[in-house]
Design a protein around this ligand. Structure first.
Ligand code: HEM
Length: 355
């Protein structure tokens, strides 16, 4: 009951805006149109306030070819499901890459983002959190792959690994096979998921310092933050996250957005107007040309990060290799492995914990 109430307050705060956040410890700062970060209105999380980078995730317990002997068809079954989904709708591939990011940043890569039924019977899971609700997509691809895998080798392959393999495969297909992320297996699934913990995800109104801090809190560098932001070269976003900054954009791009959005905050627009369905380095040229949607994209033009942006825009192949490494690193955040008997398992169905 208390959790339900907390989630309701959170949602109301998200809708009502910054004033409603006064005194709240969780405020989804970065997901609200604050004029600038104001600690009186929104106290950000202590780990983010510290702005210290924790050590890079070690990934200890993970290995390549983890399922070769345990379930030889596992990775192929994921690839088949992703290939089919991306061929039908490239946007689902974008959704799968984002799903992996949102899984790993909250409770580590433990498939907590997929849960609707948890150990504590909490109903307000990550899926209900403001960054995820009515936004994440690709769940049905994960479910299809998992069902095929369970039929071949029951109780062997975790949902967390399915999410990681699916992000790898979506990146491969959407990049026209130019990006191939080395992806280890061996993650276990968590048994808890809480909507309020999605405040660890950086928001579209974040400035550079906030972006760096939220990645540092997960053991990722500022470079990795810039490199991973390149995923905004595919997929879509709701107008509510860009309509307040049209005047800061390239005028022709802004005019096109204004026409497409037509005053409706919930309309979706492509993130990359040039090559919307290709995972390529176009994003960085868009940052330079002021043809990006979010504050969090545009601020990469700042002195601290512009050198990486320019290099990623100009050096063919450089960003693709860095993206592979950064995605692999992200897949090591907070993992649970075979040794963690408490609170970790191989789920049978990805949306609910085993009994
Ligand atoms: C750097 C901080 C980031 C911020 C502030 C951010 C924010 C957002 C927002 C607000 C959306 C649109 C959601 C909607 O309108 O419903 C979005 C979409 C997306 N983001 Fe990010 N994101 C960030 C980093 C990342 C990273 C690291 C990845 C993956 C590696 C990623 C992948 C995507 C993709 C692929 C989409 C499109 C999803 C779809 O079409 O379904 N983002 N992001």
């Amino acid at each position: 009951m208390a959790t339900k109430l907390a989630a309701l307050i959170l949602l109301a705060a998200f809708i009502a805006g910054p004033a409603a956040c006064e005194g709240a410890s969780i405020c989804f700062n970065g997901w609200l149109r604050l004029p600038s970060y104001n600690p009186r209105l929104c106290r950000s999380r202590p780990d983010i306030q510290r702005r210290q980078r924790i050590p890079s995730p070690s990934g200890s317990g993970l290995s390549y070819g983890y399922y070769n002997s345990r379930c030889p068809s596992a990775e192929k079954l994921v690839t088949a499901a992703v290939r089919k989904a991306v061929a039908a709708n490239p946007g689902i591939g974008a959704g799968l890459i984002r799903l992996f990011f949102h899984d790993c940043f909250v409770r580590g890569c433990d498939a907590s983002v997929l849960l609707t039924a948890t150990d504590s019977n909490n109903m307000d899971t990550e899926r209900e959190g403001p960054p995820n609700k009515d936004s994440l997509r690709g769940f049905e691809v994960i479910d299809e792959a998992k069902a095929a895998i369970e039929a071949a080798c029951p109780g062997t392959v975790s949902c967390a690994d399915v999410v990681a393999f699916a992000a790898r495969d979506a990146s491969y297909f959407l990049s026209n096979r130019r990006i191939n992320i080395p992806t280890q297996g061996g993650r276990y699934d968590g048994r808890e998921s809480f909507a309020n913990e999605t405040d660890q995800l950086p928001g579209p109104f974040s400035n550079v310092t906030e972006l760096q801090a939220s990645f540092a809190a997960k053991g990722l560098t500022s470079d990795e933050m810039v490199v991973l932001s390149g995923a905004h070269t595919i997929g879509r976003a709701r107008c509510m996250f860009s309509s307040s900054r049209l005047s800061e954009m390239d005028p022709a791009f802004a005019a096109k957005l204004r026409a497409q959005c037509n005053g409706d905050d919930n309309t979706n627009v492509n993130q990359d107007d040039v090559t919307p369905d290709v995972l390529d380095r176009q994003y960085y040229q868009n940052v330079i040309d002021r043809k990006v949607l979010f504050t969090s994209d545009a601020v990469l033009n700042s002195t601290e990060t512009i050198a990486q942006v320019t290099e990623n825009a100009n050096r063919a192949g450089a960003w693709e290799r860095k993206f592979e490494r950064a995605m692999e690193n992200m897949g090591k955040i907070g993992i649970k492995t075979r040794g963690d008997q408490q609170g970790a398992e191989i789920r049978k169905v990805c949306s609910r914990v085993n009994n």
